[in-house]
Design a protein around this ligand. Structure first.
Ligand code: GTP
Ligand code: MG
Length: 295
């Protein structure tokens, strides 16, 4: 039996979380068109009769000066150092840039690196050969697999390739485990995903979600009570919107997904709070749930 861990790293917005969700066959991580969607190390476990692959999703590489970002980058770098293989996701649909190549070089070391060239469904066909050459020129790249998570292209091939770099061994997790994160964590993330989709500029990046109440009532309905914490008073006004229209829209979307996720009705209440510039304050960052969970 093959069994091992795979760090999934790459530039922010490259499609890492989407790819893991598709490979695992369940939504273990939220996804959005905005960079810096993933803030934690999130495991997605794929188990079959013959193998278990533990994918470790990471925050994407991104330049930003906040303390939260510094922590996120550290999480990604550390994760990539203690695994059996590294899966570097490279979105080259717009051409492979020097920045992509430099990042790829920066993860090279003793651990085998496989490159998933992502989003080939929107990549002009003519770009593909040149992209492949540019990636292949990086010394130490073991394999390059062009994939589309959105269209499900080459996913099996990618899994097969990853497997060939994993050791024989016992399963790390039980058969029914698909993630290391709690239901409570996922509920907070679902809300953050909708905020990423429905607000712009700095607002979604400055939002944290804290679930205060998560209980199943006797009638089978879950009560979920959460805080949306933002960085500035004017962000709060935008999130709430005119006569509460925006927060109503966001909450309705979130509730739908929460119900799908829990398989039961949800009674959701939300509060919007301001904690000035929390992303630069160590104590607030950990109070809001962003802890160093990589040793
Ligand atoms: N066309 C296309 N879009 C994709 C594909 N995979 C992901 N995307 C889109 O790319 C965007 C970013 O996807 P994510 O999975 O959130 O990217 P990420 O690398 O996890 O991003 P961070 O967590 O911010 O580092 C989303 O809008 C996805 O829908 C793909 O195969 N094809
Ligand atoms: Mg992500």
């Amino acid at each position: 039996m093959k069994s091992g861990t795979v760090a999934v790293v790459g530039r922010a917005n490259a499609g890492k979380s989407t790819l893991i969700n598709v490979m695992v066959g369940e939504k273990v991580a939220i996804v959005s068109p905005k960079p810096q969607t993933t803030r934690d190390r999130i495991l997605g476990v794929l188990t079959t009769e013959n193998y278990q692959i533990v994918f470790e999703d990471t925050p994407g590489f991104y330049k930003s000066k906040t303390e939260l970002n510094r922590k996120m980058q550290k999480t990604a770098r550390k994760t990539a150092k203690d695994v059996d293989a590294v899966l570097f996701v490279l979105d080259g649909h717009d051409g492979v840039k020097d920045e992509d190549i430099n990042l790829l070089k920066s993860v090279m070391g003793d651990i085998p690196v496989i490159v998933a060239m992502s989003k080939i469904d929107i990549m002009p066909k003519d770009n593909i050969p040149l992209n492949l050459v540019k990636i292949a020129e990086v010394e130490g790249v073991k394999e390059i697999v062009p994939v589309s998570a959105r269209k499900g292209r080459n996913i099996k091939e990618l899994i097969e390739t990853v497997l060939s770099y994993l050791p024989n061994g016992e399963k790390i997790f039980g058969d029914d485990v698909i993630s290391n994160k709690s239901e409570k964590f996922m509920l907070a993330e679902i809300m953050r995903e909708k905020i990423l989709l429905k607000t712009d500029k700095e607002i979604p990046h400055g939002v944290a979600v804290v679930v205060n109440v998560f209980e199943k009532g006797k009638n089978g309905v879950y009560e979920v009570n959460l805080d949306i914490v933002c960085e500035k008073q004017n962000h709060k006004s935008i999130i709430i919107g005119k006569q509460g229209a925006k927060i109503k829209e966001i909450s309705a979307f979130a509730r739908q997904d929460m119900e799908k996720f829990l398989g039961a009705k949800v009674f959701l209440t939300t509060f919007v709070k301001v904690k000035e510039n929390w992303r630069d304050k160590e104590s607030l960052i950990s109070e809001l749930g962003y802890k160093d969970d990589v040793l």
